[in-house]
Ligand binder design. Structure first.
Ligand SMILES: Nc1ncnc2c1ncn2[C@@H]1O[C@H](COP(=O)(O)OP(=O)(O)OP(=O)(O)O)[C@@H](O)[C@H]1O
Ligand SMILES: [Mg+2]
Length: 502
């Protein structure tokens, strides 16, 4: 059924008169022939001039009988502005280069309009096609192996559904062999201690590892033996002077994995034997002890906290790297840690993964390995201008060459440098209230979203736009609600078991 008619405009700004009795929303998808248009703005239109309108309004307000010049529904109307979103040609989606027929009638899209959308290999399900606030029964997939190694950005104002989206993606990725994941979880929300989470997945035991300073049964201890710390892990987490930095490397070159404990135990005489001054040594020791919660007692380095230890957990980093390489999903509960410790641990593990994948590339073995995706919340902490050079920066710049990508979650895209934003080749844009944030996202999107500012501002919880070099157009989607997904998937399984056992 026709719900509007084209009455003018230009490419990117097609004017549509809304049929009376119909409601066109911002974000609605409308079809005409083989084109799909998307509404990005609404305004009033009238056939009368402003004086006439003011006079008639006055008469209505003051209780005079209305004087009608023409039929109401013909006289005043709503004007929608839309842009051609996709041109379906020979069963394939193309960037539209034409305008639809002048005076042509538009219909609402239906499921059949999206028959060209297919499930790619190594698929990752994101949600369903959405027209305004109406969801169509058309699943949207991207090639997960490709897209995850080319980084994903999830920008949104707080409470719009970023975490819900990551929960849904993780759930769908758990059984997929093509991708290993490291999820740094500062809110401890992905495992699901007290609510639904990865733990409820039928394949949790085989495919997910959960590390926490206070692990539940079946989880693992998140604690790091200081022998696993390398001098370059300190970069960006401790401010060291040049002299202090040199001292660190001096000890590393002499003692390798024991550099930290040997440094903390070293007397000033020993240090001066390496050409390190007393003042440098004292200040450095103080900083390192504070950072890693360590002290020296009776000539032995002992831990004061639960996270950095001197005995046990030597294999933590290697275990995690191995799991990720096997296509498993590893969740790190960092909720009880101060931010600097969280980023230090996350950095050490990520660094090891990245180095390993670089070496696989050199040895020509990369093809056989799953893509690795590292999930990081509040991404400007590690990707912002002020974060300094760190492994996350490096991955954002060159990770895709080594099949290592980021899933960067943020409320503040504008704090991430433009070139890094542009490198995030898939953006799943949820509602964003701040114009400066929308501008940063729009300015670095894979498709032209210059008309979509209002559209993005008006996105409700779970509504998103996927802009990606791996999609033919910026696809509006509705993301599933995680609790529903869990209930559906576990119910099916329970029913199957029931059938099986009678
Ligand atoms: N796809 C969805 N469908 C229905 N409800 C949703 C959806 N996504 C999110 N919600 C609702 O919105 C609430 C907030 O979502 P979520 O915690 O994912 O937001 P967020 O963007 O991660 O927020 P924050 O910035 O605070 O971390 C959820 O608890 C849920 O009730
Ligand atoms: Mg969240």
């Amino acid at each position: 059924m026709t719900i509007g008619q084209i009455i003018g405009g230009e490419y990117g700004d097609v004017w549509i008169r809304q049929k009376s009795g119909e409601t066109i929303e911002i974000g609605d998808l409308l079809s005409i022939d083989d084109l799909i248009l998307q509404v990005h703005d609404l305004s009033y239109g009238s056939l009368m001039d402003n004086n006439d309108l003011a006079r008639m309004s006055g008469m209505q307000l003051e209780g005079y009988d209305e004087t009608s010049l023409m039929e109401e529904e013909i006289r005043n109307f709503i004007n929608a502005k839309a842009k051609p979103l996709v041109h379906i040609k020979d069963g394939d989606a193309k960037i539209p280069k034409i305008l639809p027929d002048f005076f042509g009638g538009l219909k609402r899209v239906t499921k059949e309009d999206f028959e060209f959308m297919e499930e790619p290999e190594n698929s990752l399900y994101l949600g369903k096609v959405r027209s305004g606030s109406y969801t169509l029964d058309v699943p949207v997939y991207i090639n997960g192996k490709e897209a995850l190694s080319h980084h994903l950005l999830i920008p949104a104002t707080t409470g719009r559904g970023k975490s819900n989206l990551v929960k849904v993606m993780l759930w769908n990725l758990i059984p997929k062999e093509y991708c290993g994941m490291l999820i740094i979880d500062p809110h401890d929300e992905y495992y699901g201690r007290n609510e639904y989470g990865a733990k409820d997945h039928p394949k949790f035991d085989k495919k997910v590892m959960y590390y926490s300073p206070n692990p539940p049964k079946g989880g693992y201890h998140l604690r790091l033996n200081i022998s696993g710390l390398k001098p370059w892990n300190l970069q960006g987490t401790i401010d060291l002077t040049d002299a202090q930095n040199q001292a660190v490397y001096m000890f590393y070159s002499h003692f390798r994995d024991d550099w930290l404990s040997e440094l903390l135990k070293a007397s000033n005489e020993e240090a001066s034997g390496y050409g390190i001054q007393e003042a440098t040594m004292n200040a450095l020791k103080r900083k390192l002890k504070l950072k890693f919660d360590l002290r020296v007692k009776n000539g032995k380095v002992v831990p004061k906290g639960k996270i950095f230890v001197t005995e046990g957990s030597e294999s933590l980093v290697n275990d995690i790297v191995k799991a990720v390489e096997d296509g498993k999903k590893v969740i790190l509960d960092t909720s009880s840690m101060p931010q600097d410790k969280e980023l230090l641990i996350a950095g050490i593990i990520t660094d090891k993964i990245f180095k390993k994948y670089k070496s696989y590339k050199e040895m020509g073995e990369l093809e056989d390995k799953p893509t690795v995706s590292v999930v990081i919340e509040e991404a400007p902490r590690v990707l912002g201008e002020r974060a300094g050079r760190n492994v996350f920066h490096q991955i954002a710049r060159e990770g895709r060459k080594f099949n290592v990508g980021l899933i960067a979650i943020t409320q503040l895209s504008s704090m991430i440098p433009r070139e890094i934003l542009a490198n995030m080749n898939t953006k799943i844009i949820l509602g964003n209230e701040m114009k400066s944030e929308r501008d940063a996202i729009i300015g670095s999107a894979a498709q032209d979203l210059s008309k979509d500012s209002k559209n993005i501002a008006s996105l409700d919880k779970g509504e998103a736009i996927v802009s990606s070099i791996f999609t033919k157009f910026a696809v509006p989607i509705q993301i599933d609600f995680f609790d529903d997904v869990v209930e559906k998937d576990t119910k099916e399984k329970k029913e199957k078991n029931l059938e099986f056992f009678g």
